[in-house]
Ligand binder design. Sequence first.
Ligand code: FES
Length: 114
Amino acid sequence: MSEAINIGTINDIDEGEARVITAEENGTDADIAVFHAEDGNFYALDDTCTHETASLADGWIEGTEVECPVHSAKFCLKSGSVLCMPATLAARTHKIEVSGEDLLLYPSVSVLGA
Ligand code: FES
């Protein structure tokens, strides 16, 4: 179980926006995108789209989905599952916790409990 990383406060990412926590910062082999979804919650997925090389943090957030900015595949922010082609592989999820105003990221801890 990896340690939590304090990545700032809930005010650092506006609703409908995302921020990248680089692999160097998060201690894994991949950049992680932290999304402030339109349901008011925070979610984290691997930043690189599973289709080709694109940053999901640069995509469009709608509700609790993000649309890849390159070929428009959509991913569920809650589960990482693919909602439409051309991507076919789910995005890896990472647990996010809100503690007071702080945002805590648990790199490599899946929200699916897998
Ligand atoms: S790179 Fe994301 S859908 Fe193609």
